[in-house]
Design a protein around this ligand. Sequence first.
Ligand SMILES: [Zn+2]
Length: 79
Amino acid sequence: MATYEFLCPACGPFDVVLPMGTASAHRECPWCGVGARRVYSAPRLSRPAPAMAGALAREERSRDEPEIVSSVPRHRRRR
Ligand SMILES: [Zn+2]
């Protein structure tokens, strides 16, 4: 299922959930019955948290430029 956005000239935007690939270019407005056209908006993507973004960037860099460790990392006491 996918959420499709339509814009009624009188009532404004509304969403309709339909199986993927089944939305037409026009749809009847659920409030006033006027033909509403389908509109396209940016997908609802989210950005990873800064700590996760940093870890992903480090991982990506390590493919070609692995970090060189010159000493043994200090032991951290686990709690
Ligand atoms: Zn309407």
